[in-house]
Design a binder for this molecule. Structure first.
Ligand code: ZN
Length: 62
């Protein structure tokens, strides 16, 4: 599942929509931020937003 090395997707699971994790063209309007790897390479963090009101870091499992 690492077809795009250098790009890290963070997205909420079981969200209302399917997130586009093959690119940066997702319906949720992800936040894209550069992250510098230990190797000195620049990677990209694609931070997806949940569309059902949850924050992904809350981790409420209901
Ligand atoms: Zn998304």
């Amino acid at each position: 599942m690492s077809a795009h090395p250098g790009i890290v997707h963070t997205y909420p699971v079981n969200d209302l929509i399917e997130h586009e994790t093959e690119g940066d063209d997702c319906a949720c309007g992800p936040t894209i931020e550069p992250i510098k790897a230990e190797t000195g390479e620049m990677n990209w963090h694609i931070l997806h937003h949940s569309l059902d009101g949850r924050e992904q870091h809350e981790g409420a499992d209901q």
